[in-house]
Design a protein around this ligand. Structure first.
Ligand code: KG4
Ligand code: ZN
Length: 377
């Protein structure tokens, strides 16, 4: 069938422009919009960041319901984008680009933000950047700190758990990935078994405070195994079984502490393995460890990674809590970095439910067989 070629992108900003980018994020259960400014020498200012969480809409179902999410994004995106512009004190005419998450995620929701972004780009004659949500997380620590490329990234969220060497925007090499569940999924499922509301990660962290982690012995997946992959399904099953018998508050608290400790330990242990690979590739230079994604908000996880980094001579960077979980400022920054590198996308770019950051590694070493459910990347 005849398909017209997309029009050439003619509206790219020149490399010496200060960019003012509107970011849009709708890949899961947060409708978010943000405006950031980036100078040609890379200084970033977050002018606004608005996040509308749908947690209450999904809570009765114990997880995110895609249809409810997509509908809620449709209802909210207009007002959230308008609020982000108003909070930033800019008008659409001040923008130099639009960045919208184009995947991976719940495709109905992704299409809402991406279509809205396309419409704005078309109406304002601005370049559009279709951003990989994971690339947003990858740059999130650069929103508030000057962290040069390259760095070693641990990306841990509700849908993803992977270790990446990030050499620059659009240049990620996957060193390891989960072979079953993501770390945030383990927090959410085990927390659910402990009777905590979804998403259970933050509540489990609160419950674990002051707990005695040594009272429950949990399986240590992949311990001593080569490679940098993760596995959380054994821990999830064992802990959910124990949760059924943990009826008093002390047992629940101690089990939560044991679970949190086991997840933090596995993350640090696999990151230590990735450091050897990273060091091999960089001759022991550029030792920077960055953590990103919702689970990076966890104090025990940050603590374990900080001590690993100290022991191995790495600097350690984690975004402020508000930029660990899903937000649109990170999408705007990924867009701005792409625009600064002369990259933008045609208006017929499609939404992608799956979109690995390192596509070559995902094709040559798939962590999931076709048809099997699991982490999104
Ligand atoms: O990055 P994010 O907002 O969304 C995804 O892209 O998945 O991550 C959400 C995940 C959820 O699984 C949530 O339970 C987890 O991050 N999370 C936490 C904490 N805060 C959020 N897990 C453990 N401790 C926390 N403090
Ligand atoms: Zn995310």
């Amino acid at each position: 069938m005849f398909k017209a070629a997309p029009p050439p992108v003619t509206n790219s900003p020149s490399p010496d422009t200060t960019l003012t980018v509107l970011g849009l994020e709708t890949s899961c259960d947060e409708t978010a919009a943000a405006v950031i400014r980036r100078t040609p020498d890379g200084v970033v200012t977050i002018l606004s960041s608005t996040v509308l969480s749908q947690t209450a809409d999904h809570a009765p179902y114990g997880g995110v319901v895609p249809e409810i999410a997509a509908r809620a994004h449709v209802e909210a995106i207009d007002a959230i984008a308008a609020r982000a512009l108003a909070d930033a004190g800019v008008t659409p005419a001040d923008l130099t680009g639009i960045a919208a998450t184009a995947g991976p995620g719940l495709v109905g929701g992704v299409m809402v933000g991406l279509s809205f972004g396309k419409a704005m780009a078309l109406a304002l004659d601005l370049p559009l950047v279709a951003v990989n949500h994971l690339e947003g997380h990858a740059v999130s620590a650069r929103l508030t700190a000057d962290i040069p490329y390259p760095f070693l990234l641990l990306l841990v969220s509700g849908g993803h758990c992977q270790l990446l060497e990030v050499a620059g925007i659009g240049a990620c090499r996957r060193l390891g990935s989960t072979i079953d569940d993501a770390a945030g999924e383990a927090f959410d499922k085990i927390g659910g078994a402990l009777g905590l509301p979804y998403p259970a990660g933050p509540a489990l962290e609160k419950l674990a405070a002051g707990g005695d982690a040594s009272r429950f012995v949990l399986p240590r997946a992949l311990l001593g195994r080569p490679g940098c992959d993760f596995s959380f399904s054994g821990l999830k099953t064992a802990a959910a079984r124990m949760a059924a018998t943990a009826t008093n508050d002390i047992d629940r608290r101690d089990l939560a502490a044991a679970v949190q400790g086991a997840i933090a330990r596995q993350l640090a242990e696999r990151t230590e393995r990735a450091m050897s690979v990273y060091d091999g590739a960089h001759g022991g230079r550029d030792r920077r460890l960055v953590v990103a994604g919702g689970v990076a908000a966890n104090g025990a996880v940050r603590g374990a990674l900080q001590s690993l980094a100290d022991r191995k001579g790495y600097s350690f960077h984690a975004p402020p809590l508000a930029y660990c979980t899903d937000n649109a400022a990170m999408i705007a920054l990924a867009g701005a970095e792409r625009l600064a590198a002369g990259i933008s996308d045609p208006l017929d770019v499609v939404a992608r439910p799956r979109w690995p950051l390192d596509e070559a590694a995902a094709l040559s070493h798939p962590t999931h067989k076709a048809g099997r459910k699991g982490a999104k990347a």
